[in-house]
Each structure stands twice: as structure tokens, then as C-alpha cells.
Design a binder for this molecule. Structure first.
Ligand code: ADP
Ligand code: ADP
Length: 225
């Protein structure tokens, strides 16, 4: 269970303000897509949700707790990046197990969670392979697996499909939607691709120059001029 509240969120780098006071509410279990052109502040906002970035003004809270007041361990958030960020010298299973090992989870728990994630993502036959032995889509699945094993309250996706070819992108959209159906988790998904936003979102938040220019369901935005 996790809802996200952004209240007058601002961000400056030095003297340059790039996020100008954003208010938004993302409901528990909602698939929210943050869309907008390059440089509008999507990644910055996502990093603030993850607690990876200091906030210059306002607040971000998840389940009523201010993200920046929490220690990293207390933030039950998992992020999936476009470059996958897999460890090349580790197998698929080791990649998925790594964060659980770091947090000293018991071995049985790790095995169970890695097995479950592998089942959900259809990676069962690939557990002993190394990233270089995988296709782009398979690597993206492993990156999602690494997020799933942590049972996060919130999944943050940063342009996860932009390195894939067009056909695979369409297939992965469907897979990520199915994953959301299965896990019922809150998702914030960043993309510059409007079609991705339209096909995946429960709620679309359109960012422009560090401000929200529109927000609504795909149908609401499609109907509006
Ligand atoms: P998007 O993800 O929508 O492409 P970003 O959040 O990456 O946009 O960037 C928003 C703005 O903030 C851009 O103008 C970018 O140049 C600036 N910016 C991002 N990160 C930094 C940084 N570490 N230092 C200075 N400026 C930054
Ligand atoms: P190591 O030899 O370092 O344990 P493995 O690649 O065998 O590396 O496994 C890494 C982790 O992934 C292990 O801790 C294990 O719990 C889990 N794991 C490995 N294989 C499987 C599997 N077939 N099903 C579920 N979990 C697995």
C-alpha cells in the first residue's frame, strides 16, 4: 500500500530552478506516467521520488512519510533504468539476488523471492546466464526482476524501453502492464513517448519546462484539445 503526494515540489541546481512547484497525487496501485520532452524535468522528479535528490522546496511523501526524512533502507522503492544497470560479472540469479544479499536476507528467502520473480517474468531457464548472453528484452526483464524481489511499495521506471527496438517495445509495454495487474503496486513510469503514455497509464502527468501542463486519464487527455 503506497500513495504518493507531491506538494509544491521545487528543485534548483545552483541558481537554476528546473522544477517549479509541482502538486500531484498518485493513488495506491495507480500506474502513473510522467511524460514530456527531453529536459522538462522528468528524471529529476523521479529521482526526488526515490529520495536520490535533495528537494529545494515543498515535499514528497509516500504513504504519508516524507521521503527525504527516511533512511535509504526505510524507502521501499525500486527503480528500473533504461540502461538496465545489470552487473556484467554476475548471473541472472545473482543479479536478482544481489540487493537481498546486501540487506542480509536469509538464503531461503532469497531463493524463494528470486524464484518467484523468475516465474513472473519467464526467466526460469535463464538464471545461470550472464547479461552478455541475453537479448535486450531479457535484460530488461532481469532489471525488473531485481526490482520485484524487493517487494517494493513503489516501482519507478525511467524510460525503461528506450533502448529496445520498436517491436520489442510494444511487447514489453504489454508485459509491464501485466506485471502491474499481477502485483497491484504503485508505479511511476517516465517516458518521452506519448504513445507509451497513452497505452500504459491509468493517469498521465504531462510535464513542460518543470511544470505540470496537463493531468488526467488517457481518455481525458485524448479528448481535450
Ligand atoms: P528529463 O528527464 O525530462 O529529460 P531532467 O530531469 O534530466 O529532464 O533535466 C531537467 C533540467 O535539469 C534540464 O534542464 C537539465 O539540464 C537540468 N539538470 C538535470 N540534472 C542536472 C544536474 N545534475 N546539474 C545541473 N542541471 C541539471
Ligand atoms: P551463488 O553461487 O553465488 O549462490 P547463484 O547464481 O547460484 O549464485 O544464485 C544466486 C542466488 O539466486 C542464490 O542465493 C539463490 O538463492 C538464487 N537462485 C539461484 N538459482 C535459483 C533458482 N533456480 N531458483 C530460485 N533462486 C535461485
Amino acid at each position: 500500500m503506497a500513495d504518493i503526494e507531491l506538494s509544491s515540489v521545487r528543485k534548483s541546481y545552483g541558481n537554476l530552478e528546473v522544477i517549479h512547484g509541482i502538486d500531484a497525487h498518485i493513488k495506491d496501485g495507480e500506474f502513473a506516467v510522467l511524460v514530456g520532452p527531453s529536459g522538462c524535468g522528468k528524471s529529476t522528479l523521479l529521482r526526488m521520488l526515490a529520495g536520490l535528490e535533495d528537494i529545494s522546496g515543498g515535499s514528497v511523501s509516500i504513504s504519508g512519510k516524507i521521503v527525504n526524512d527516511l533512511r535509504p533502507k526505510e524507502r521501499n522503492i525500486a527503480m528500473v533504468f533504461q540502461n538496465y544497470a545489470l552487473y556484467p560479472h554476475m548471473t541472472v540469479a545473482e543479479n536478482m539476488a544481489f540487493s537481498l544479499k546486501l540487506s542480509k536476507a536469509p538464503k531461503e528467502e532469497i531463493t524463494q523471492k528470486v524464484g518467484r520473480a523468475a516465474d513472473i517474468l519467464g526467466l526460469g531457464a535463464l538464471l545461470e546466464r550472464f547479461p552478455r548472453q541475453l537479448s535486450g528484452g531479457q535484460r530488461q526483464r532481469v532489471a525488473m526482476g531485481r526490482a520485484i524481489v524487493r517487494d517494493p511499495d513503489v516501482f519507478l521506471f525511467d524510460e525503461p524501453l528506450s533502448n529496445l527496438d520498436a517491436k520489442l517495445r510494444v511487447q514489453m509495454r504489454t508485459e509491464i502492464k501485466a506485471l502491474h495487474q499481477k502485483l497491484q503496486s504503485t508505479i511511476v513510469y517516465v517516458t518521452h513517448d506519448q504513445i507509451e503514455a497513452m497505452t500504459m497509464a491509468d493517469k498521465i502527468i504531462v510535464l513542460k519546462d518543470g511544470e505540470i501542463s496537463q493531468t488526467g486519464t488517457p481518455l481525458e487527455l485524448y479528448d481535450s484539445p
